[in-house]
Design a protein around this ligand. Structure first.
Ligand code: TYM
Length: 417
């Protein structure tokens, strides 16, 4: 790994050179030819691809070939629930929602509560499970189709996943795990096994269908090491290699590095109230000069400005308007205060809408969550008639009211702070 930056599933730091990362990880860039093909196939190219926020892939061309030959693919992505969702997490999920709509694709969404419990010394099992519930609300709030989306947590779905995970684990040596993830003798053995759990959903559609199904995994590039291993062993198990699309990281409000829960004051959470979000944005790092006079004379530096990055990544989809903003900044025609206020307005209005949808998601959650412990097992064929729904709700209620076992108590989660 390059010395100037680190990108692993558990540590992202330094100034990331994404071009170098493509070389180091051995992925392929999403180039203009691929964008042209995308345009042809879907009729448009989303801004996240045009701006190369989604910049890298594995076997995307192959997935598109199969799609064009009439073989539909399944989407798979996930979350390690160790805290509340922030705007960075939403990026790959929003893109996944776009993919679901554009390709009419089912989505398997994994909550790796086991991973976070094993990785974080201070995190209790029930806390991780509670965050799985909280984070699922954010996923649902983005508008995924309940008939085509199943969300599951490893603790709740391990019976389904475990057989596949052990197939995978049997093909991965400790020496591979050490080389790929940097484990050493002090790593707990749960973490050494864990990658097998993250691999399992990539093969689940094929196991369920009884034939190979192409799978596409949208993710930020930090998750790629898991799927490099998954792809290596896939042919040994007779499965297709899962394809991937990788995005860059939404930076924190402090500027250069990834938005991360380790810096809460630089991170906007989906549950932040307007006042808190506004305050964080107003104290963001900018590319502004030391005085208004200087800024007017020399212009600002958008390339290092966190506020500009937020427009670029999420809050200004119109390319012409983004370019105008950049030019105005470079020419000293707009001051940082105004730019921040405008961003704060956009972020607050996004959060208000999202929080409203998040509230509504509480009533929809049983349409999405699947678990080995409930009758909601086969969710791709969701019961639509009232009798079935009532039965389902009763099962969920019983399931949610389990108090002291290892199972998640959703009632408790709702109150969890
Ligand atoms: P986690 O919880 O670290 O992150 C969830 C998803 O968000 C991406 N991500 C970001 N994207 C843009 N900007 C950021 N600042 C940022 N921070 C995180 C992550 O790459 C991820 O896509 N082990 C996984 C959960 C998982 C998963 C998967 C992820 C299970 N199966 C399949 C992707 C695909 C994890 O802890 O993600």
């Amino acid at each position: 790994m390059n010395q100037d930056f680190t990108v692993t599933p558990w540590d992202v730091s330094g100034k990331i050179d994404y071009k170098k990362l493509i070389e180091e990880f051995g992925t392929e860039p999403i180039d203009n030819d691929l964008l042209d093909r995308w345009q042809c196939l879907t009729g448009s190219v989303p801004f996240a691809m045009r701006r190369k926020i989604f910049f890298s892939h594995r076997d995307l061309k192959w997935v598109l070939d199969r799609y064009e030959a009439g073989e539909k693919f399944v989407l798979y992505t996930g979350r390690g629930p160790s805290g509340h969702t922030h705007l960075g997490h939403l990026m790959p999920w929003m893109f996944t929602k776009y993919l679901q709509d554009a390709f009419d694709a089912p989505l398997y969404f994994q909550m790796t509560d086991d991973e976070k419990f094993m990785y974080k010394p201070e995190l209790a099992q029930k806390e991780a499970m509670s965050y799985a519930y909280e984070n699922a609300l954010d996923v649902i709030a983005l508008g995924f189709d309940p008939k085509k989306t199943r969300i599951f947590s490893d603790y709740e779905y391990s019976k389904t996943l475990y057989r596949i995970a052990t197939e995978v684990a049997k093909k991965i040596t400790f020496s591979t795990a050490k080389a790929v993830f940097g484990f050493d003798n002090s790593t707990n053995i749960g973490m050494i096994f864990f990658t097998a759990m993250q691999s399992a959903p990539a093969f689940l559609p094929s196991v369920e269908a009884g034939k190979n199904i192409p799978v596409l995994i949208p993710q930020a590039i930090d998750q790629d090491p898991h799927f490099r291993v998954t792809r290596d062993i896939a042919p040994k198990l007779g499965y297709y290699k899962p394809a991937a699309m990788h995005c860059t990281f939404l930076p924190g409000l402090g500027g250069s590095d990834k938005m991360s829960a380790s810096k809460p004051e630089m991170t906007i959470y989906t549950i932040d109230d307007p006042k808190t979000a506004r305050k964080k944005i107003l104290s963001a790092f900018t590319g502004g000069r030391t005085s208004i006079q200087e800024q007017k004379e020399q212009g600002g530096v958008p390339s290092i400005c966190a506020v500009f990055q937020y427009y670029y990544y999420l809050f200004e989809m119109d390319q012409e308007k983004l370019d105008q903003r950049e030019q105005k900044c470079l020419k000293g025609e707009i001051m940082c205060g105004e730019c921040k206020q405008d961003l704060a307005d956009r972020v607050v209005s996004f959060l208000e809408k999202h929080q409203e949808n998040r509230e509504k998601a509480k009533d929809k959650i049983e349409d999405f969550i699947v678990s080995d412990y409930s009758a909601t097992y086969d969710k791709l064929k969701r019961p639509q008639d009232k009798k079935e729904v009532a039965k389902l709700k009763k099962t969920m209620k019983e399931y949610c009211s389990v108090k002291d076992g290892d199972r998640i108590s959703i009632e408790k989660c709702k109150n969890f702070k």
